[in-house]
Each structure stands twice: as structure tokens, then as C-alpha cells.
Ligand binder design. Structure first.
Ligand code: NAG
Ligand code: NAG
Ligand code: NAG
Length: 820
């Protein structure tokens, strides 16, 4: 602040002599605006006087707010009877926590925070035991406390000196205007909802910014896994008021800007946090979405480091060991920008409630007895693009894959083997630093005992636990004396019978399809919970959608889709398709809950999306903010990516358009109507009359007697993307200028003529972000290439949207066909 002031005054002073008087006014304005932050901060001291207290109460977050009410300081309930003393963003629905005092030690209801008469800020539990305090060197002279509009909690002396600041004792987050320096550290929490110290911390040391990790989750020794490599030249990390995060050199010049994609602090909340997964991320949250009361959006990340935590060697000493972010035997994979931990086949989580602790082997290891090599007792689970690169112990060159496999099978030390281009690398147990990533060119074959058990490991439900107990019992049976065997056998029978009795009690009187818990409803039930189909939500060629309320205590609303004139071969086929839809599970897909196939009735029951379809917002007057539109584009892309490439049976949607994108309570985009193309047999029987309804979204191959592939969805997504960018329908026959009637053509013309601003000219936010507009238009043009093979895959589209890969210059969408 002071620094700013100096700069302004200097500027003013040096330029004063030569200016015409009428400009003086504007200089005064500049001065005032330079001083503004100083004044506003000075005014934001809202006194919390000595003797004030706050009590932790159930169902009532007691707090003191900052003058603007954007930040609050007080108790947040984390568990049933566990409160965290914290500072949080108070105007956003999820009250994101930015600072906390007692992460390791939650306090019960009735605990008290007091700004004592002697000037200490003290947290006491119900027994009067002190849990935490903020003590300045000079407590006696504290005159009041305040939570400022920057999110800083301060203890202030009579003469306005800050004696203590929460900014100097951060938890895992820093905020604009906050600086990391000296021996101040950020400590990541244990997991998203567990505020105990985790494995990671971040600090400035010997002139570098360093990220540290402990050797293992329960160890306190740690080592560096990422450093700024600033050669000892920096001793600060600054998060400045305009949202830049950078490392200044000791002389003040900037050596490294970490996050420069700054957005206006007037319009966005910002925070930078070292998260529980070891990644430091800079997040923004548009304020406007709150003030207009309609768009509670998620935080989106502007910057993160390291770029792929799965590739970091974490844990143990030296460069050649480490269990990675996920623990032994597991593998790490980035999904939607976050690392996830999974177990290979034959392994399951050591602690199903904490997937970062690694996996244990579920089968008996290979015997090393030479007489019984057990070579035929094992098989390989093949994993593409997978690697456990720190468990290697033997390497062969110029061998065949068969050689590689056989060698590992007959070697009792070999737990897995990697193979690429004649290179064979054997890995021993425990497998460490596992990851899957498209950049890994080789595959890994994980050795698993045949028929050890047929269950899929990795889920935290009790059934799996029971089964693994059985496996264990089974394996002990193989190796112990007759007497113990008999005892164990008896025990097993008891466990079994208890288990099955328990199951028969909880078994629901419903037909449940394999895969998911899809409920099979009777027509009578459906009639009842839709109140005889009284509330229609919409209708199409094949179906009508009604609102219903499930007969449960929760009273959750559902959407009931009732099909008419449906061409289906029979009940079995309908069930098979419904099952395929029911197996899907993704945040950006509308979830199928159940179905009815009684007599001629064909009905699907879905989760209900309170905010209806994207179309109703996108083309209405109120519109959707630019930032939210980007978010919706990315979410839709992720949903489609899942349907195309990630679910067990590939699903082509065939009808992507804004009417089919629904928005949930928090305006997350979810694709609906997927999987129905096959059900309705539209893929074969679609005639031009039938597609006319959605003209503009359908790919040219529908008309050209070409095979229908996933690329038809890419085309439709391209059109949708253009509509999201421009907030108008692809086809606007009322447009005054004839060139503008078809958005796809007009957008390409604007792109070629370098006049993209015409597309978003009434949208200030988009106008301020022309770089993104251009990127998105380019992606859309790639998607609407008339030649299907030129269109990118959904994976590529998603990567381009998220900025993970560059977008190259797209060709004219029609060029391929006009040239033949
Ligand atoms: C806060 O309290 C101090 C000391 O009692 C007082 O001097 C100051 O004016 C108060 N400030 C406000 C904004 O009330
Ligand atoms: C948080 O994680 C730690 C470490 O695993 C555990 O000891 C603690 O019980 C957890 N706390 C909560 C509130 O779940
Ligand atoms: C924040 O840092 C950036 C990069 O150095 C600079 O351009 C900007 O003016 C700074 N903002 C403030 C308020 O100091």
C-alpha cells in the first residue's frame, strides 16, 4: 500500500510542471484512486472489543463478519460435534474456508472463543482447556480485534499498529495482498474435508520456493519435490491485489510469475491453496454469479503446480525410490485435473476410507520353491500407458513380448513387467510410483494369481470386506494344520451363515439389474408417484417427460420419461440398453435411477434437474455470463468424453443440442437423453424429415450415406460451442444481415476476416477476453469440419478447451468437399 502511494506521488510530482490545468483534475483522480485501497482498508476496521466471545453452536455458525461481509471469522461445523475456528468466504454458498486454527483438534458444541481482557484471542473447549491462542508479543496493548475485507484477522493496538495477523500464520491458503516470507509455511490439510495436517507443505527456503512432502503419510521427515529453481534469489511469494502470484528477486524485480492470468479482483474472489493432493492451485470465483442470485458456480482453477503430480517422486530417500502420491501398489491418474488413486486388478485399498495409503495384494504370492514354480497359476492383467517406474530390478533388450511374459511368470520375485519395442523391464513388489498417462508409451503387465477370487477390488463396501476375509481364510487353510483347518472351517461356516442371513434381511423386494442399483418399477408405482402423469415437463417425438416424487421420506423429485411408439424388439433388448445406460456414472451426465417395462409401457426414471435445460437460459434475455458459458462448454465436453471413451460400452449421443444439456441446482451441466439413440433405433432409420427438427446440429454424414460414428457428436458439440460463445441459435432466419443467418458460416467468416469481436459485441465480459473467444471459435471450427476424420476426438477437444494443448489453425470446414 505504502509502496503504491509513493509511486503515485512520485509520478504526480515529476509530471506536474508541464501539464495544462484541466488535466490536473484527472491527476487528482488518479491520486484518489491510488489512495483508495489505503482508505478502504483503514475504514474496514470494525472493532471486536475486548471481552467479546463467540460460542460454537449446533446448526448455527456463529461468526464475526468483515465490514463488506465477504469474509467471516468464527466457528464452522465440520462434523456432528466438531467445530473448526476458521475464516471463510461468507458470500458464496459453500463458505470456502481460507484459514483455520484447530485443524488437528476440532472442538465440541459449547466451546468458546474469547478476546480476553488481557488482549489474547483464546479458543477453549467445554472443559476450559485452551486449544489455541493468538498471542502478540505485546498483548497488554491490544485494544481490539477485526476481520478485514482482505480476509485478514488482526489484533490492533490503541495507536492502530497491527500486533498479530492471521496473514502471518496461514493454514493452507493465501489471499490477494498476502505474502509468504521468512519461515512462514503453508501446510496442506489431510483430505478435502479433514483439516488435520497432511503430507505436503510449501515454504521459502534458501532463496527458492519449495514444495515438501513427508516420506510417508505418518512420517514427519520430509523432502523437496518441487522447487522454483530461482537460484537462491527470492525470499518472498507475493499474491498481489490484482491477482498476480509471483516471486520477486531480493532487489524487487520479478524473477518468476507463477500465475499471471489475473482476473479483476472487483469481479472475482480469489484464493491460492496448497491442496491435500500436493498441488498448489490459484482459484477464482465470479462474484457476479452470487450477486444476481442465480449462478452459484464452482471455483475454477487458473493455475496449478506441479502440472502433473502423478509424475512426482514422493517419499523415501534418493531419486530412485518413492511411493508416489498414491502409496505402494497403486497407480495415480489425472482425472479432470486431479490425481486419483486406484488399485490394479488383484489388489485392493489397504484402507478403503483413505485411498492415498496404497493397495495390498489380495492373493497369495508365487512360491519360490523350485520344485513347484507355479508358473501356470498366474496370468497378466494388461495395462496400457501404465508404469511403476521405481520398482525395477532387471532389464532385457531386444526380446519379444512372449519372452518377457514367460520370464516374469517363472520368476517368483517378478510382480509386474513393462514392455515396449523389445525392451522388457521386470518390477518387484511392492510396486511403487505407479501412474497411468497417455504420455507413457509402454504397457505394464501386472501378474495376478488365477481364480484367487472373482471380486473387483477397490470399493469400500462391506461386501468386499467380507469377501477379502474369505480369501484370507482360504489362503490360511491352504497352509495350516488339520486341526486349525477344522476350526477355521467351522468359523467360516458361521461367518457365511451370519452373512447370508444379514443379506436376506436387507434385500430389497425389487428386481435389481446387474451393475448398478437400477430400480424396476411397476406401472402402478409410476402412476402413483407422478400423480397420474399430471405434471408434464416436456415432450418430443418419442417421449413425454413428467415430474414425479419418489415415495420416500426424502421426497426427492424425479423426471419420468415415458416413451410412445417406440420401435423395440422386445423386453430383453430394452433391458439390455437400459442396463448400458444405467452403468454410466459421471458428474456431467444425468443419472438414470430406474425403469419400468410392464406390458407395453416403456418408462425411464431419472434424477430431476431443477434448473431445466441450457436452451431456456442461453437464448433468453437474461442470458448466461461468459465465465459460466465456458464452464458449461467444458463440462459438456467432459460428459461426452466419458460417453465416447471412458464408459464400458461406447455410447454415441446423436442428438447433442442445448435442449439436451440440463442444469442441476448448482448449474453444473449434465447431458441427458444419452443412450437412447440405439434404443430408438434412430441410427438406422433416421430420415431427413425426422432430423429436420434439429437441423443445424446434425453432421453432414447423416445426409451422405456415410457411416455414423462418434464424430457426429463432435460436429453437434461444435455447433453447441458456437452457440455458447455467441448466445444465439445456429439458425436465425430473422437475422437482418443474410450472412449472419447461419452462425457456423458467419463465425468462420469472422474468424477469417479477423473480426471475432462481432460475434460477442454485446457481451462485455467476452469482449474483455478475446483471446479465449478466439481459442473457443477455433476449437468449434475444428469440430464442425464436414469431413468427419478431420474433426478431433472428444479427448482432444477437452484438452484444447482446458488449455492442456495448443489449438492449431483450423481449415475451412467445407474445404474437403469443395476440393473433390
Ligand atoms: C476501535 O477501538 C479503538 C480503541 O477503543 C478506538 O480508538 C477506535 O476508534 C475504534 N474504531 C472504530 C472504527 O470503532
Ligand atoms: C483425519 O485424518 C487423520 C489421519 O488419517 C485421522 O487420524 C483423523 O481421525 C481424521 N480426522 C477426521 C476428523 O476424520
Ligand atoms: C501485481 O503484479 C503485477 C505483475 O507484476 C503488476 O502488473 C500489477 O500492477 C500488480 N498489481 C498491484 C495492485 O500491485
Amino acid at each position: 500500500m505504502i509502496y503504491n502511494l509513493h509511486k503515485c506521488l512520485l509520478f504526480f510530482h515529476s509530471s506536474m510542471e508541464s501539464i495544462p490545468p484541466y488535466l490536473l483534475c484527472s491527476f487528482f483522480l488518479i491520486i484518489i484512486s491510488c489512495l483508495m485501497p489505503y482508505f478502504t482498508q483503514a475504514q474496514t476496521y470494525k472493532n471486536i472489543s475486548l471481552g467479546s466471545t463467540l460460542i460454537a453452536k449446533q446448526d448455527n455458525n456463529s461468526f464475526w463478519a468483515s465490514p463488506s461481509a465477504e469474509f467471516a471469522f468464527g466457528f464452522q461445523q465440520i462434523q456432528k460435534d466438531g467445530f473448526l475456528l476458521a475464516i471463510w468466504f461468507n458470500k458464496i454458498p459453500d463458505k470456502t474456508i481460507v484459514w483455520y486454527a484447530n485443524g488437528n483438534n476440532l472442538v465440541p458444541t459449547g466451546s468458546k472463543l474469547e478476546l480476553a481482557r488481557d488482549g489474547t484471542l483464546v479458543l477453549e473447549d467445554t472443559n476450559g482447556k485452551q486449544i489455541w491462542n493468538a498471542e502478540s508479543n505485546n498483548t497488554g496493548s491490544v485494544s481490539y480485534a477485526a476481520i478485514l475485507d482482505t480476509g485478514n484477522l488482526v489484533l490492533v493496538s490503541r495507536d492502530s499498529v497491527l500486533l498479530w495477523e492471521s496473514f502471518n500464520q496461514p493454514s493452507d491458503t493465501i489471499l490477494p495482498t498476502q505474502t509468504l516470507q521468512g519461515d512462514i509455511k503453508l501446510f496442506a490439510r489431510y483430505s478435502e474435508k479433514n483439516y488435520t495436517y497432511g503430507r505436503y507443505n510449501m515454504t521459502l527456503q534458501e532463496g527458492n520456493l519449495e514444495l515438501h512432502v513427508t516420506y510417508s503419510p505418518r512420517d514427519s521427515r520430509h523432502h523437496v519435490y518441487l522447487t522454483s529453481e530461482t537460484d537462491g534469489n527470492t525470499n518472498q511469494l507475493i499474491f498481489n491485489q490484482s491477482g498476480f502470484i509471483y516471486l520477486p528477486a531480493k532487489n524487487g524485480s520479478i524473477i518468476q510469475i507463477l500465475s499471471s492470468d489475473a482476473v479483476s479482483p472487483q469481479e472475482f474472489y480469489q484464493r491460492a491453496i496448497l491442496e491435500y493432493d500436493g498441488v498448489f492451485r490459484h482459484y477464482v470465483y465470479p462474484k457476479s454469479t452470487i450477486s444476481n442470485g442465480r449462478w452459484p458456480m464452482a471455483w475454477s482453477s487458473l493455475f496449478h503446480m506441479p502440472s502433473n503430480i502423478c509424475f512426482m517422486k514422493l517419499g523415501q530417500s534418493g531419486d530412485d525410490r518413492g511411493m508416489g502420491p498414491c502409496g505402494f501398489n497403486s497407480y495415480c491418474q489425472m482425472e479432470q485435473g486431479r490425481p486419483t488413486c486406484q488399485c490394479p486388478e488383484g489388489y485392493s485399498f489397504t484402507d478403503p476410507n483413505d485411498e492415498s495409503l496404497g493397495c495390498r495384494q489380495d492373493f497369495v504370492s508365487q512360491s519360490c520353491d523350485r520344485e513347484t514354480p507355479e508358473t501356470d497359476q498366474f496370468y497378466f492383467q494388461e495395462m496400457k500407458n501404465a508404469d511403476w517406474n521405481l520398482s525395477e530390478y532387471e532389464h532385457f533388450q531386444q526380446v519379444t513380448e512372449d519372452y518377457c511374459r514367460l520370464d516374469c511368470l517363472s520368476d517368483c520375485f517378478c510382480a509386474a513387467v513393462s514392455f515396449v519395442d523389445g525392451n522388457c523391464t521386470k518390477k518387484k513388489s511392492p510396486l511403487s510410483n505407479g501412474r497411468i498417462d497417455a504420455s507413457i508409451s509402454w504397457k505394464t503387465l501386472v501378474k495376478v494369481r488365477k481364480n484367487f477370487s472373482s471380486f473387483k477390488p477397490g470399493r469400500a463396501d462391506s461386501e468386499d470386506k467380507d469377501r477379502s476375509t474369505l480369501v484370507l481364510i482360504g489362503s490360511i487353510l491352504l497352509s495350516s494344520s488339520v486341526f486349525v483347518n477344522i476350526l477355521l472351517l467351522l468359523a467360516t461356516i458361521v461367518v457365511f451363515s451370519l452373512h447370508s442371513r444379514k443379506r436376506s434381511k436387507v434385500l430389497q423386494p425389487r428386481v435389481v439389474l446387474p451393475g448398478r442399483n437400477l430400480q424396476c418399477f411397476t406401472y402402478g408405482e409410476i402412476k402413483e408417484f407422478t400423480n397420474e402423469f399430471s405434471q408434464e415437463l416436456g415432450s418430443g417425438n418419442f417421449a413425454k417427460v413428467f415430474k414425479g416424487v419418489l415415495n420416500s421420506d426424502s421426497g426427492d423429485p424425479v423426471a419420468v420419461k415415458r416413451f410412445y411408439n417406440i420401435v423395440t424388439e422386445g423386453e430383453q433388448e430394452f433391458k439390455a440398453e437400459v442396463n448400458a445406460i444405467g452403468q454410466t456414472n459421471h458428474r456431467n451426465l444425468v443419472q438414470l435411477l430406474g425403469f419400468c417395462t410392464e406390458g407395453e409401457h416403456r418408462i425411464l426414471v431419472y434424477e430431476f434437474m431443477r434448473n431445466g435445460s441450457l436452451a431456456s437460459f442461453l437464448f433468453s434475455k437474461s442470458g448466461i455470463k461468459w465465465h459460466s458459458r465456458i464452464q458449461i462448454a467444458i463440462e459438456t465436453a467432459r460428459g461426452l468424453l466419458y460417453l465416447h471413451e471412458e464408459c464400458s460400452t461406447q455410447i454415441i449421443h446423436c442428438d447433442i443440442r442445448p435442449q439436451k444439456i440440463l442444469l442441476d441446482d448448482s448449474f453444473t451441466a449434465k447431458i441427458s437423453h444419452f443412450g437412447l439413440a440405439k434404443l430408438l433405433k434412430t441410427d438406422q432409420n433416421l430420415t431427413v424429415t425426422e432430423i429436420r427438427g434439429t437441423k443445424g446440429y446434425v453432421a453432414p454424414e447423416w445426409f451422405r450415406n456415410m457411416p455414423i460414428t462418434v464424430k457426429v457428436d463432435i460436429y453437434s458439440f461444435g455447433i453447441l460451442l458456437l452457440e455458447l460463445i455467441c448466445c444465439r441459435k445456429n439458425l436465425d432466419l430473422g437475422a437482418e444481415d443474410e450472412d449472419q443467418r447461419i452462425l457456423a458460416d458467419w463465425a468462420y467468416d469472422c474468424y477469417i476476416d479477423g473480426k471475432l469481436h462481432l460475434l460477442v459485441k454485446d457481451d462485455k465480459e467476452a469482449m474483455d477476453d478475446m483471446k479465449s473467444v478466439e481459442k473457443f471459435v477455433k476449437i468449434a471450427i475444428w469440430c464442425i469440419q464436414e469431413e468427419p476424420s478431420l474433426r478431433p476426438s472428444m479427448k482432444k477437444v477437452t484438452q484444447m478447451l482446458e488449455g492442456a494443448v495448443e489449438v492449431s489453425i483450423p481449415p475451412d470446414p467445407a474445404s474437403f468437399f469443395s476440393s473433390i
